[in-house]
Design a protein around this ligand. Structure first.
Ligand code: 5GP
Ligand code: ZN
Length: 138
């Protein structure tokens, strides 16, 4: 029996109540084309069970999503002849998540596709890095 949130749009997509362009399915996951794509072939990989985000699921569940995303990445790469792949996965409002059913974005990339990283690159302060390293490993 799947865990479902009846108010969740991705649960509705899984149930077929909202149409989607599915490109992959296995026992525990589906993948479909994003309707507001960052680029050609932008797809979303989701678990069939309703899990809100990375922090609310077992590591094995996350691993299953990542495995499905790898298969979807290979499918997109081989069919679209993309030159690269970007995968990202947002969690919670502060992490830019907007649909609260966990998902991985798989985005085929081309060197001239015009996408850019959403942050400015600047060197870290070395004292900050030291303090962080201590905090995370103590
Ligand atoms: P997030 O911002 O939560 O990481 O990503 C949510 C994604 O879901 C967005 O890229 C958005 O375009 C996509 N999305 C939202 N609603 C729908 C829908 O009804 N169908 C499809 N295929 N994608 C959706
Ligand atoms: Zn859901």
């Amino acid at each position: 029996m799947s865990e479902v949130d009846s108010s969740c749009i991705f649960c509705k997509i899984i149930a077929g109540e909202i149409p989607s362009k599915r490109i992959y399915e296995d026992d525990h996951h589906i993948a479909f084309l994003d309707i507001f794509p960052a680029g050609r072939g932008h797809s979303l990989v989701i678990p069939k069970d309703h899990h809100v985000d990375i922090h609310s699921m077992a590591a094995e569940v996350y691993g299953g999503i990542a495995t499905a995303a790898k298969k979807v990445a290979d499918l997109l790469q081989s069919r679209l002849q993309s030159e690269g792949t970007t995968i990202f996965q947002m969690n919670r409002e502060a992490g830019w998540q907007t649909v609260f059913h966990a998902h991985m974005h798989v985005i085929p990339r081309w060197s001239n596709d015009g996408l850019h990283k959403p942050w400015d690159i600047a060197p870290a302060d070395s004292a900050d890095l030291d303090a962080l390293h201590t905090l995370l490993t103590e």
